[in-house]
Design a binder for this molecule. Structure first.
Ligand SMILES: [Zn+2]
Length: 219
């Protein structure tokens, strides 16, 4: 099997996301760039159950120089959200792993007149500010362009209204951290707002925490 290690990392990550309750059924998808071939990407396949899936079931796609994405290996076609993952991987050479989920609380926090997701605890500051993009049809090139623009040159998280969230990182561990902390931030926010005790971290504290994280001095 080609790209075996990369496929295994994607398989383990999707099972972790299912076990953590971040992904239900066949919603959500994950990609990982092959470390030796930056234009080769392993991606969860479309429409088959993640539990019981094997590494060989993970699809392999080539990000071609002409801008198209070609399915080159694997028995099942790549996730229909391939354009979204590919757009971020193409625009961010520093990103090697991407995760898209329909996590419930993150999805709730993208709704309303002026949606905003703010950090509640210090570790969450690594992922803020979080851009929120309007609804566009799943799987479309339009949603792919919106997500890539929202993630920008330095971002690692964005929320997609009436759909879910998208995260990325230099490796699968950091992309998974971004997913877990964003859903944690959203869950705390939803519960706190329900109880009427919502108090996100002050903006000055958030900025101070981000300076510590940037200097690698956060505990
Ligand atoms: Zn989706």
């Amino acid at each position: 099997m080609n790209y075996e290690n990369t496929r295994k990392i994607v398989l383990e990550a999707i099972l972790e996301a299912v076990n953590k309750g971040l992904i239900n059924g066949t919603s959500g998808n994950i990609t990982m760039r092959d470390p030796e071939n930056p234009n080769i990407v392993a991606i969860t396949p479309s429409g088959i159950s993640y539990t019981g899936m094997t590494a060989g079931d993970i699809a392999i796609v080539e990000l071609k120089e002409d801008g198209t994405n070609e399915w080159i290996e694997g028995p099942y076609k790549p996730s229909s959200e391939l354009p979204m993952h590919a757009a971020v991987l193409r625009s961010r050479p520093d990103v090697n792993a991407t995760i898209h989920t329909h996590s419930m609380n993150a999805t709730i926090c993208a709704m309303g007149e002026n949606p905003e997701l703010r950090p509640i605890t210090p570790p969450q500051c690594e992922f803020t500010p979080i851009a929120i993009v309007s609804f566009t049809m799943p799987g479309s090139n339009e949603v792919a362009a919106k997500v890539a623009a929202a993630i920008g040159e330095t971002g690692s998280v964005c929320l997609i209204k009436n759909h879910g969230m998208f995260t990325c990182g230099k490796d699968m561990k950091s992309a998974m951290h971004a997913t877990v902390y964003t859903e944690e931030m959203a869950q705390t926010t939803v519960i706190a707002k329900t109880l009427g005790c919502y108090e996100p971290m002050p903006r000055e504290a958030e900025a101070a925490m981000q300076a510590l994280i940037a200097a690698d001095k956060a505990v």
